[in-house]
Design a protein around this ligand. Structure first.
Ligand code: ASP
Length: 439
């Protein structure tokens, strides 16, 4: 029988009704053997996620302020779920443990992780699955980095013998048992690690949308759902702001070639989006898979005759950035020019110093800065293999009167990265989406 790891996000576990939907989903697919659970998320748009309540509680306790009201709110969220499911659960004991922890030595990651811990225990009991605490098998170093090799081994050993289990998402522990969490949304990462550890056939990620949208719905009216895309495309799109899966969740699954299926708990009949290593033939309707972008970018341009003569000009430039631990998004080199794309907020404090150093070290003929840019990624492993699709995208921008500040295509032709003025960002996304529709 196939084995599926199914991760359920916060909105899929926000109240008792959502728990019942999960029960139906796993009953219909008994191959969903390993479940990964988030903390209760928002029940309605203005609601607060339990993780945020826990962090608020921690902040208050840490500052020596009263936290009981928030703790009661957290208790209320779990109580509502338990009552709705008609379950008996030692909730008051658990809340007392949290209270003691907060009074004693409040630790941020420990508190943040308790939403996943409690929700997973409740889900496991509700479904009759075994509860697995990731503190035993998701291994962090003391400095809070994930130890992937240890984790794969420990998770495999913990999960493989179990017929059906629920493991809490978002956290693990170091060798001293100290709890560490991933960054926000990190239960996606736990799911991917679990899928690798047991070499699952599929990693399902259940959320409240029916897959990845080809463009931001706040900008484009009802964009279509992407049926198939590759791991690399997803990484690019999520790095550039498309938020359907935690960026770090892609690598473990892609290492092992485990497909990821984004599904909607509220519409389980929808097939969702499949993320795979290689697109199946004839499965993509559009040559371009998706478009996403980010505002708040700056471009530094350095020009000097003979940049390209092998004098180490580019190396010196990159060394300056490295010494300052200043990450860059893109580095484009041309004959006698280097163009660097950097997040604007990283330049706020160091810009003058950085420019002085570049002048001293490189004595450039020209040194310029363009601010208020946005970067747009257009991905399409199929589409961008033909330069036709790229040309169409650039033509669409020109036709819409949008100035193109930088273009980076790279030899892999996986994606086109285009810099446009921030104030034309939305227009640019719409223009690109329209050409995608034309095919
Ligand atoms: N509960 C955590 C958060 O709100 C982790 C997760 O849901 O994946 O970020």
């Amino acid at each position: 029988m196939k084995t599926i790891v199914a991760k359920f996000g916060g909105t899929s576990l926000a109240d008792a009704e959502q728990f019942r939907k999960i029960r139906r989903i796993v009953e219909e697919g008994p191959e969903r053997r390993i479940l990964v659970a988030s903390a209760p998320g928002k029940r309605f748009p203005e609601d607060t996620k339990v993780t945020d309540l826990l962090l608020d509680c921690w902040e208050k306790a840490y500052a020596g302020q009263p936290f009981e009201a928030v703790l009661q709110e957290i208790r209320g969220r779990f109580q509502e779920i338990l009552k709705g499911l008609g379950m008996d659960f030692p909730l008051d004991e658990e809340i007392e443990t949290l209270r003691e922890h907060l009074n004693d030595h409040p630790e941020k990651d420990y508190m943040a992780s308790r939403g996943e811990y409690l929700n997973s225990r409740i889900l496991a009991e509700f479904l009759g699955y075994t509860f697995v605490d990731p503190a035993w098998c998701v291994c962090f170093t003391e400095s809070g980095e994930l130890d992937q090799t240890m984790t794969r081994r420990a998770m495999g050993a913990a999960l493989r013998p179990l017929k059906k289990a629920v493991i809490a998402g978002f956290y693990g522990a170091d060798s001293d048992g100290i709890i560490h969490t991933f960054s926000r949304g990190g239960s996606d990462v736990t799911g991917s690690l679990a899928a690798c550890a047991i070499q699952a056939d599929l990693y399902e990620n259940w959320t409240d949308v029916s897959g990845l949208l080809a463009a931001d719905p706040r900008i484009v009216d009802t964009p279509h759902t992407v049926e198939y895309l590759t791991y690399r495309e997803l990484r690019t799109l999520s790095y550039m702001g498309a938020s359907v899966l935690h960026t770090d969740a892609v690598l473990p699954a892609s290492d092992m070639g485990i497909p990821i299926n984004i599904r909607n708990t509220n519409r389980p009949e929808d097939p969702g989006t499949m993320i795979v290593r290689k697109l199946p033939e004839g499965k993509t309707k559009h040559p371009v898979t998706g478009v996403a972008g980010r505002k708040g970018m700056s471009v530094i341009q350095v020009e000097k005759v003979m940049v390209s003569d092998g004098s180490g000009f580019s190396a010196i430039m990159l060394d300056i950035l490295k010494k300052r631990r200043l990450p860059f998004e893109q580095c484009l080199t041309g004959i006698d020019t280097i163009t660097l794309v950097i997040k604007s907020d990283l330049l706020v404090e160091c810009r003058d110093d950085l420019f002085r150093e570049i002048r001293e070290e490189l004595n450039p003929d020209y040194l310029g800065l363009k601010e208020n840019l946005s970067m747009i990624a257009v991905t399409g492993e199929k589409g961008t293999e033909s330069s036709d699709a790229n040309v169409k995208v650039l033509q669409a921008l020109t036709a819409a009167g949008i100035e193109i500040s930088t273009v980076n295509q790279g030899a892999g032709k996986l994606n086109l990265l285009i810099g446009v003025p921030e104030e034309r960002y939305e227009d640019a996304i719409r223009a690109i989406y329209r050409t995608m529709q034309e095919g």
